[in-house]
Design a protein around this ligand. Structure first.
Ligand code: PLP
Length: 459
């Protein structure tokens, strides 16, 4: 693993209250120019970012534990990625791959074929966003199978376009008022070990049992023979960093295979080293028919992909897939450099190292307070689920209060979850150990303060 060199000092440092005066000014301007439907997790505006630090417009250095939602795994300004972008931009920024194609697109497709699970013949088509990749995986599955119905899961998140809103579970804020939604999308039970029912004898239901529950719903409510695809996040992201019980994904994948159903792993958030392997499906040796990829793949540039079985993807008629910007040459150059850096810096190994450092501390914290119901996740995709003390009742207020306290100390934390009660950690994989430890300490103090306030203890 080669050393990571940073351009910006990797140290948390506040020089104003947050938000500072320049950020407040920008919030004012924004109010009169930007649509109110777009919200930001934190009210501070970015001036620079590198490694695990974001510098705001007032000169504060904040610890980034969100990576712009799992995107800047390789950092927000990795020098090799920046150089690749500059070099490509100096030659051509766009020609449209559907008009006059270029090598970068092909090279990204070759690389994704190498990195995605399975050694079967693969093809790739490139797009701009995760939602677009998911939409196209469904298009491919429908053409390849001649069937219509798409099966998705409770707590699933797949995007904000019309079809992917239909596929996303959570109403507010993603769907409220935006219907009618695309038809032929059917949702079934997922595996959520912390909240799943127990068996009659009090043992937790297993992964294969949870899969059987979903399969029964599908067969009875839709009819197995009508299903084109099941689309699933191997670890659910926006839904709450829910890691299914072991055996759930393999059982579903086996069942799909036996019935000619396209198994689509939505690895938009989990993919590309985030969970300590190239793809989260690798953990249980699951080989999806199609994988959707976006977020971390191009070092922050907008690029997305569907990669998977050649016979399925090549079933689509010529001209059936594409888009003006899909596989933009600058984004492709960034993606190639990003994947190369991930190998060079062993970012899969870094993600596992982050897991070790963080889970040890998070588990100790969970032992100390009674508002953490569960510590879970894999690699550098980790979370704590906040509950009312001593229960499993969701505690979204605690999650919000913890994130607010951490921000006041200069640590950016994101929340998520169907119940809004999950704090998720998605640090850049290039974050230094010291900075990560500092961020975790701030998180720990915030959790203790909020837990103490809840039971009325002095702070
Ligand atoms: C973020 C996300 C999407 C949507 O990606 P966009 O680029 O925001 O369209 C889809 N699926 C999963 C699992 C995601 O995390």
């Amino acid at each position: 693993m080669s050393e990571i060199a940073y351009r910006i000092p990797q140290q948390r440092r506040l020089v104003t209250d947050l938000p500072g005066p320049r950020s407040v000014e920008l919030t004012e301007r924004r109010r009169n120019a930007v649509g109110a439907g777009v919200m930001s997790s934190v009210p501070v505006y970015t001036a620079d970012a590198d490694g695990g630090i974001i510098i705001d417009v007032d000169g504060n250095s904040l610890v980034d534990l969100g990576s712009g939602i799992a995107v800047t795994s390789v950092g927000a300004s990795d020098p090799a990625v920046v150089k690749a972008i500059q070099e490509q931009a100096a030659h051509f920024t766009h020609t449209c791959f559907m008009v006059t194609p270029y090598e970068g697109y092909i090279a990204v497709a070759e690389k994704l074929a190498e990195l995605t699970p399975g050694d079967h013949a693969k093809r790739t088509v490139l797009f701009n966003s995760g939602a677009e990749a998911v939409e196209n995986a469904v298009k491919i599955a429908r053409v390849a199978t001649g069937r219509k119905t798409v099966v998705v899961f409770d707590h699933g998140y797949h995007g904000r376009t019309n079809l992917t809103m239909a596929m996303t579970a959570k109403n507010k804020p993603y769907k409220e008022g935006f219907g009618p939604f695309a038809a032929d999308v059917h949702r079934v039970a997922a595996s959520y070990p912390f909240r799943d029912d127990l068996n009659h004898d009090g043992t937790p239901i297993s992964g294969p049992q949870a899969a059987q529950r979903a399969i029964m719903q599908i067969d009875k409510q839709i009819g197995t023979h009508n299903v084109a695809a099941i689309v699933i996040e191997p670890i659910q992201g926006e839904g709450g960093f829910i890691v299914p019980a072991r055996g759930f994904l393999p059982a579903l994948a086996d069942w799909a295979k036996a019935h000619g159903i396209v198994f689509v792993a939505d690895e938009v958030q989990t993919g590309l080293a985030r969970t300590g392997r190239w793809f989260a499906c690798d953990d249980e040796g699951v080989v999806p028919d199609l994988v959707t990829i976006a977020k971390g793949v191009a070092g922050g540039m907008p690029l997305a992909a569907v990669t998977g079985r050649a016979d399925l993807i090549d079933a689509v008629h010529g001209g059936g897939l594409g888009g003006t910007y899909g596989g933009n040459p600058v984004a492709c150059a960034a993606a190639l450099a990003t994947m190369e850096r991930m190998e060079e810096l062993d970012l899969c190994g870094r993600a596992r190292h982050i897991e070790q450092i963080a889970t040890e501390r998070l588990r100790a914290l969970a032992d100390e307070v009674d508002v953490i119901g569960e510590v879970r996740g894999r690699g550098a995709m980790l979370a704590i689920e906040l509950v009312l003390p001593g229960t499993r009742e969701p505690n979204p207020e605690a999650a919000a209060a913890i994130a607010a306290r951490a921000l006041a100390e200069g640590v950016i934390l994101l929340t998520c979850g169907t119940y809004g009660n999950v704090i998720r950690l998605l640090p850049p994989l290039v974050i230094s150990d010291d900075l990560l430890l500092d961020g975790l300490e701030v998180l720990g103090d915030a959790v203790r303060a909020v837990a103490g306030a809840l039971v009325g203890a002095p702070q």
